[in-house]
Write a protein that binds this ligand. Sequence first.
Ligand code: F6P
Length: 536
Amino acid sequence: MQELDRIWSMLRERNTVVPSIESLFDSDPQRGPRHTRQLGELRIDFSRHPLDDQSWSLLLQLAESRDLTQGIERLLAGDKVNISEGRAALHTALRSPSIAGRTGVSADIEAARARMYDFARALRSGTWQGATGESITDVVNIGIGGSDLGPRLVVQAMSGGDGPRLHFLSNIDGAAVHQITQSLNPATTLFCITSKSFGTRETLTNARTAAAWLGESLGLEQSQLAAHFVAVSANVQRATEFGIAPDRVLPMWDWVGGRYSLWSAVGFPIAVALGPDRFDQLLQGAELVDVHFGSTELTDNIPVLMGLLGIWHRNVAGIPGYCVVPYDERLTRLPNYLQQLDMESLGKSVDVSGQPLAQPSGTLCWGGTGTDGQHAFFQWLHQGTDPMPVEFIAARTPDHPHQEHHRQLLANLFGQATALMQGRSLEQTRAKLLDDGKSPQQAELLAPHSTFPGNRPSTIIMLERLTASALGSLLALYEHRVFVQSWVWNLNAYDQWGVELGKTLANRVEDQMQGDRSQPTEPSLTHWLDYVESGA
Ligand code: F6P
């Protein structure tokens, strides 16, 4: 403990030593390449952060004194790192045959994947027919959180357009199911009900509404609609009780967390949209990062470096968030996906033994695509009172013929990273305004509004190209970063008790809205329930 306290206090001291990120480049022109690492199809540049070699070395000492290497080994060995639920977190076994073999889950994974691929092939080839004998043209995934965000992200990022059309229904808002069903032909639509627990209210309500719509539109009994449903669940019994034919339920297991589950049968929509071969490539990309994570010294271990950088910003610089900006329209959903991955995993206040955390933990993860974000929240990033690290993500080579667009896109990314780092002082701004022909009085008046504090950190992650394997690597990188931070903070990244209370209360309020006043209404809600009722 004393050793840890010593490192923390030295880290804090270090934070006061480096004058600016730019000064680090001034003293080391090779800083860019020196702090840029290649991992498979990803290139990651850590140079634009206010850390000199000594700061990095202290962060690595922190990792060592927390015995991170042992933590990584335990994660990959299938130890029950999710201690509050007594489970392993074996998402890596889903993409790494050697981890699956070592942890005894190969047979389950292979059997489930073979069935998932059979289903996907039948849907893609048109041999899967609905109740009226027509081939399926549209697949709707009904699921929420981890049963939605991963598949939705990958399908949107990779869509090849050569299989059935994919749709995603997550929100309980009836507008969502209404909008989706309006655009579909019931005879050629298949619903995939994805829910690890098969107990999630949103998903089950949407599934019932979808089933009723199918039955009514086709004039068929529910028992005649089996060909229009597939389920993915760790609770096969509940899925079959719900009415899904047992041979149409793809299994998953309690050792896969929802937000880590796109590699399991939860990825069924991905396999349908992309085909089994590209699903395999996604897995291979992730496996490459798993192998790196499990076998590389901490000093060169990229998810470890990313995690430690996050620790620096949170606990040393005191910044409670980071912003993810993909300069790639196909990755619009990435910030949403990472939000669940990071915030549901790390948004905890107690350590693994239930004691208050010694350090502030999980941060706000947010963002949006560039260049759109430049015309929205970048003002805040550049001139707001709070610095916030930015993670820029882009592909070096585009998959479209518009080279000029791509050049401009990347130029914008680099320009923003440089502007965040360099800023522009009051004197520089004044001089520029005078150069632009402003009078001295005007320059004096305007200069404070056009100065930029600079010294704002950012990371650039560049994919060679947005392939399935590169995307798999990128997502695995973020997963492992989350683990690194959880280990250093000594918290459980794999439970999510914080989502329960609101759900329980929503159920109670719903009962009250349906007229069951046996439970006392919350005094703070009585006027709202009366108001809603009066408009019903
Ligand atoms: O939001 C809570 C949560 O349990 C997430 O962790 C999970 O991904 C989501 O709900 C959906 O859960 P399920 O797959 O069990 O329907």
